[in-house]
Design a protein around this ligand. Structure first.
Ligand SMILES: N[C@@H](CCC(=O)N[C@@H](CS)C(=O)NCC(=O)O)C(=O)O
Length: 212
């Protein structure tokens, strides 16, 4: 199995956590996003969206982190990354999608670069944009998780799921941009519980071969 990623990419970080939780060995192929390697013909042939991650294995080539993680979960069911009942699965997917669809794309590298290079936003405006969408998204998650009894040590109950796999990289990304996170104590407690697990530690950006 080969994972194309970038140490700072939160979408690739999600897949690294899933692979580590399942104990699956893989080869890591770094795609340097800051140098634009995602737009090189060689990588575009693997991923037409010019985004990481891409996972290549004996059954095909897969893109989109959540699709990759669900593929891995179906193919390697232990430990499960989604709970058993339909209602619990819907809850976990809703948390994951709130991050992957409603927060992350607005603060992605190419969006921030477009704001500055094409729209003409200053660095200050770009940072305010980033912070705004983080605050809106994490604020909603904090209140949702705080009042829902289904929240446990992790986003859902007592074992990590797809929801935690999305939450931890998004918090790391926000921290890298210097966003204060003290308004989200429940999210921070869940993050601490995750980062106490070896699989989450192994997936940390600074542990990757391409870390700078
Ligand atoms: N929805 C996609 C998002 C992938 C994505 O946005 N990847 C970012 C890194 S986190 C990327 O490759 N950005 C390259 C760019 O913005 O040019 C997924 O979950 O895989």
């Amino acid at each position: 199995m080969k994972l194309y990623g970038y140490f700072r990419s939160s979408a690739a970080y999600r897949v690294r956590i899933a692979l580590a939780l399942k104990g699956l060995p893989y080869e890591y192929a770094a795609v340097h996003l800051r140098r634009g390697e995602q737009r090189a013909a060689q990588y575009r042939a693997l991923n037409a969206q010019e985004l990481v991650p891409t996972l290549d294995d004996d059954r095909g080539r897969f893109t989109q982190s959540l699709a990759i993680i669900e593929y891995l979960d179906e193919r390697y069911p232990q430990p499960p990354l989604l709970p058993r009942t339909p209602e619990a699965r819907a809850r976990v997917r809703a948390i994951a999608l709130a991050i992957a669809c409603d927060i992350h794309p607005l603060d992605n590298l190419r969006v921030l670069q477009y704001l500055v290079d094409t729209v003409g936003a200053s660095d200050e405006t770009k940072n305010a944009w980033y912070r705004h969408w983080i605050d809106v998204g994490l604020g909603a998650l904090e209140s949702q998780l705080s009042r829902d009894p289904a929240t446990g040590t992790f986003c859902h109950g007592e074992s990590p799921t797809l929801a935690d796999i999305c939450l931890v990289p998004q918090l790391a990304n926000a921290r890298r941009f210097g966003i204060p996170l003290d308004a989200y104590p429940r999210l921070l407690r869940i993050e601490a519980a995750c980062n106490a697990l070896p699989a989450f530690v192994a997936a940390l950006p600074e542990k990757q071969p391409d870390a700078e």
